[in-house]
Design a binder for this molecule. Sequence first.
Ligand SMILES: CC(C)(COP(=O)(O)OP(=O)(O)OC[C@H]1O[C@@H](n2cnc3c(N)ncnc32)[C@H](O)[C@@H]1OP(=O)(O)O)[C@@H](O)C(=O)NCCC(=O)NCCS
Length: 166
Amino acid sequence: MNDGLQPRSASTSASELIRWMGVQDANHAGFVHGGVVMKTCDEAAAIAAIRHCGRRVVTAGVDRMTFTEPVYVGELLNCSATVNAAWRTSMEVGVRVEAENPRTGERRHTSTAYVTMVGLDDDGKPTPIPGVVAETEAESRREREAELRRANRLAERDQILGERES
Ligand SMILES: CC(C)(COP(=O)(O)OP(=O)(O)OC[C@H]1O[C@@H](n2cnc3c(N)ncnc32)[C@H](O)[C@@H]1OP(=O)(O)O)[C@@H](O)C(=O)NCCC(=O)NCCS
């Protein structure tokens, strides 16, 4: 029976969103605003998540968002997203951001984000999603690291709730 929950390979979700950064994307310092990078990452993550589960999704949280180098006006913002791991209704999507000079093709890794997306049914409620099949060593490593981030996130939540109650 095909209930839409057969595990899918990680590569099924691989998505790339490319935006050309213009003056409207700049902050007061003249380079690209971090919020523009975050929004583009969120959109790339949503595309990957929808490709994985074939459903509407919402962003439940962002575990980490690094900005290691600025992105400049005139560069292409490349956001590559893949589902790293899936649980009952939620999945972690890893997003790698590279800035590209469109004339030379030179690329720099500028940000990484880990976004949790939740699959929704037609009533907007969280619903079970397919698992992820890692087919390469890199995909297996990303799945292990996603499990670690989830375990840490849940442990932190439990610790905070425990301290509030004590
Ligand atoms: C995300 C949301 C659907 C979760 O709803 P909920 O009633 O808490 O549902 P559940 O408790 O069943 O949790 C569903 C899943 O979300 C995960 N989740 C909930 N809150 C989370 C958070 N802050 N961070 C990461 N994962 C979270 C749960 O771990 C669970 O995952 P699992 O089923 O794989 O174990 C709900 O909080 C929501 O709609 N939030 C608003 C989303 C939004 O507006 N996003 C911005 C625009 S897209």
